[in-house]
Design a protein around this ligand. Structure first.
Ligand SMILES: *[C@@H]1O[C@H](CO)[C@@H](O)[C@H](O)[C@H]1NC(C)=O
Ligand SMILES: *[C@@H]1O[C@H](CO)[C@@H](O)[C@H](O)[C@H]1NC(C)=O
Ligand SMILES: *[C@@H]1O[C@H](CO)[C@@H](O)[C@H](O)[C@H]1NC(C)=O
Ligand SMILES: *[C@@H]1O[C@H](CO)[C@@H](O)[C@H](O)[C@H]1NC(C)=O
Ligand SMILES: *[C@@H]1O[C@H](CO)[C@@H](O)[C@H](O)[C@H]1NC(C)=O
Ligand SMILES: *[C@@H]1O[C@H](CO)[C@@H](O)[C@H](O)[C@H]1NC(C)=O
Length: 510
């Protein structure tokens, strides 16, 4: 199994997007993971040409898009400012009087694939649903030109985002002349998975049921569980991990850690191809995060994207004891990854990272400034190495992770703690008292530990899939899917069918 199977098109996309965003060329923490996700979606989109049954715009007559005007602040009637919010609609499978499937956008731009591809679209075909999707405020095309300035970021909250769905609901009913009793079911994965569960929780009169995939509904400042799952996954034989692999990774990072503590920065810069000399602890910790990200990304997206290394790829390099020390093997893993990104070097400058987060210029690809703001003001989710089981460097601690909140947004540590506690009180953390919500997770996905893993009641249920990763159940079905994933999708589809049947009976009763 070779590592770094990057197609030319993917490479181009990564490089172009980085260049367009005006970002430092090789900076990749978080950002590249997003781009890779986007690329995978585009791949799926290629297959959709079949759906349209022919080239040319007329074949796509079933796809609608546009934008609706929304108040910038739903909760202050004295503020009349607005922004335009983008939506997508797919009428291809819609049978009049059929249900509406709402796909909720999240922390990146939302493209037309959101209504054209994925398991919810397959279910729309089965159940004759109208598929609609709304981009999240402050991301993609749904942001004002001055939206990223400090004084506007206050309007970027999950409460505002959920409230945006109200007017979209009204808009869709009017535009498509739907009956008021039309059954809505909402879908989302990752942060939008939270929104799907919370939309049902807070607005049960608008949406009949929700499927929340890989939804970290429990906010947490020090998210130590993430790297615990990464460790478990690196030693999980189901995905070709092993104890030897985990041991090799742990040893390699411990060597790097010792070099950092011994201030061997010139050696580290050379071995790990730093574009600039490493300066001080901040850059060193940035290097450690970037190296860990390669492993975190492999676990979080294991196999979903053809050009990202899988756990199997990384473990085959890390356990190959004919190629020198574990440190040397980590250098090899990093070399290959940098090659995948098409660069000769990597930017580990913490100052550059802060510059990116402080950049208020708006492009459709901007997301880092917004998302990290949301982590400081609502969710935390800092993937630290504070747990003893974490295989990476323990210098990746809460202090270093949290430092962006005061440095970029002038938000103190205490405020972050308070905000996270509020989020959990407001939505109910991992035991929300909702009904008709199905939580779906994969057990090798590091995010699953913040989600709902057990049935909460007869109508708030959970599926934990053996051996799959982040949002795997949302991707289109493929013949290569493992059995537990196939079975989970069947269960989800059956549940959706039962909800629709229940909705029909309830309407008849009334
Ligand atoms: C190298 O790895 C092989 C197989 O993983 C193992 O059998 C062997 O004992 C290892 N050699 C050393 C020197 O660790
Ligand atoms: C956290 O890590 C930083 C380096 O980023 C280090 O200077 C600091 O001492 C660590 N703090 C704790 C509490 O371990
Ligand atoms: C940062 O926040 C503090 C307290 O909220 C405030 O007093 C201070 O003026 C802020 N600094 C800047 C540069 O905005
Ligand atoms: C959870 O609920 C579902 C649906 O009612 C049921 O099929 C499943 O067996 C339950 N799981 C557990 C562990 O009770
Ligand atoms: C997951 O599947 C593997 C086989 O692929 C099996 O060995 C393991 O016991 C399963 N785990 C659970 C929790 O069912
Ligand atoms: C909505 O109400 C109409 C009558 O008012 C009924 O005929 C129809 O079946 C209902 N639709 C659903 C989805 O229950």
């Amino acid at each position: 199994m070779g590592a770094s199977r990057l197609s030319g098109a993917a490479l181009l996309l990564v490089l172009l997007s980085l260049a367009q965003a005006g970002k430092n060329f090789w900076l990749f923490r978080q950002y590249v993971l997003r781009l890779q996700e986007k690329h995978a979606m585009k791949e799926a989109y290629g297959r959709l040409q079949l759906l349209a049954q022919g080239p040319g715009p007329r074949a796509w007559h079933f796809l609608d898009s546009g934008s609706i005007r929304q108040p910038l602040d739903h909760f202050n009637w004295q503020d009349s400012r607005t922004f335009n919010q983008r939506f997508w609609v797919n009428r291809k499978f819609w049978q009049r009087k059929g249900p509406v499937f709402l796909y909720i956008g999240g922390e990146s731009e939302l493209m037309e694939y959101s209504v054209l591809s994925g398991h919810h679209v397959e279910m729309a075909e089965k159940y004759g649903a109208l598929v609609v999707a709304l981009e999240h405020r402050f991301y993609g095309a749904s942001i004002n030109p001055d939206g990223l300035e400090d004084h506007n970021l206050q309007f970027l909250t999950s409460q505002q985002a959920l409230t945006d769905l109200l007017s979209f609901h009204r808009f869709v009913i009017q535009k498509y002349k739907l009956a008021e009793n039309t059954t809505w079911i909402c879908f989302g994965g990752s942060y939008p998975g939270n929104l799907a569960a919370w939309f049902r929780l807070k607005y049960p009169h608008l949406v009949f049921a929700a499927v929340a995939s890989s939804a970290p509904v429990k906010a947490q400042v020090d998210f130590t569980g993430y790297d615990k799952v990464v460790a478990a996954s690196l030693s999980n034989p189901v995905i070709y991990g092993s104890k030897e692999c985990l041991a090799a990774v742990t040893e390699a990072f411990s060597t790097v850690d010792n070099l950092v503590r011994a201030r061997q920065l010139a050696k580290l810069a050379k071995d790990f191809r730093s574009c600039e000399p490493l300066e001080g602890m901040d850059d060193s910790v940035q290097l450690l995060y970037n190296l860990a990200d390669i492993f975190m990304g492999a676990v979080q997206y294991n196999g979903a994207f053809s050009f990202l290394p899988t756990v199997a790829d990384l473990c085959s390099v890390m356990t190959n004891n004919r190629t020198g020390s574990t440190y040397q093997r980590l250098v090899t893993v990093n070399d290959r990854f940098i090659k995948t990104l098409g660069g000769p070097c990597m930017d580990y400058s913490f100052a550059d990272w802060l510059k990116v987060l402080r950049d208020t210029r708006v492009t459709e690809a901007s997301m880092l400034r917004q998302w990290f703001f949301q982590t400081c003001t609502e969710f935390g989710y800092y993937q630290t190495c504070d747990d003893p089981a974490c295989p990476f460097s323990h210098l990746m601690n809460l202090t270093s992770s949290l430092s962006i909140c005061p440095q970029v947004y002038n938000i103190s540590f205490r405020r972050v703690q308070e905000a996270v506690a509020f989020t959990n009180d407001y939505y109910g953390a991992d035991h929300p008292k909702a009904s008709r919500v199905l939580f779906v997770n994969g057990d090798i996905d590091p995010w699953h530990v913040l989600s709902v893993l057990k049935n909460q009641s007869l109508s708030e249920t959970a599926i934990l899939i053996n051996g799959t990763s982040h949002c795997a159940n949302m991707f289109p079905s493929s013949p290569k899917d493992p059995l537990p994933l196939v079975q989970a999708r069947q269960q989800i589809s059956t549940q959706v069918g039962k909800w629709l049947e229940l909705a029909r009976t309830m309407h008849q009763d009334s």
